[in-house]
Design a protein around this ligand. Structure first.
Ligand code: 5GP
Ligand code: ZN
Length: 113
């Protein structure tokens, strides 16, 4: 996807702070953090959202990356939240599948953080 900002970030064409990456997924600091830890984990190849033909090994790489982020950020003991906004009602603003990993404080019952 030529005009996708997260494709460009995954390709290193737009700068970001990379927390972790493996061969199929990359984790970056969110530009506008909603919690002390707010990391976006996404597949390196373009999928609009979770419904858009994600391959099993791609999903496995995504889940592995979430675990590595939790470890790197010290979230394993106290926990964290994983959110994948999908479509308009969820307020998805970037149409490249990504999950928010939020933590570092008690998150309460808010929908995002
Ligand atoms: P969504 O609402 O689509 O689930 O979340 C998109 C997220 O991407 C938002 O939390 C927003 O702060 C983040 N974001 C948007 N553009 C950029 C960017 O260029 N770099 C980074 N690191 N995060 C971005
Ligand atoms: Zn993309």
């Amino acid at each position: 996807m030529d005009d996708c900002i997260f494709c460009k970030i995954a390709a290193g064409e737009i700068p970001s702070t990379v927390v972790y990456e493996n061969d199929r997924a990359i984790a970056i600091e969110d530009l506008n953090p909603q919690a002390p830890v707010h990391v976006l984990v996404m597949p390196k190849t373009h999928h609009a959202n979770i419904l858009d033909g994600v391959e099993a090994d791609e999903l496995a790489a995504l889940v592995e990356a979430i675990g590595e982020v939790a470890k790197a950020k010290g979230l394993e003991e106290r926990g964290f939240r994983v959110i994948a906004n999908t479509g308009a009602d969820a307020g998805q603003t970037v149409d490249h599948l990504h999950v928010h990993v939020l933590g570092g404080r008690e998150l309460g019952e808010g929908l995002l953080a």
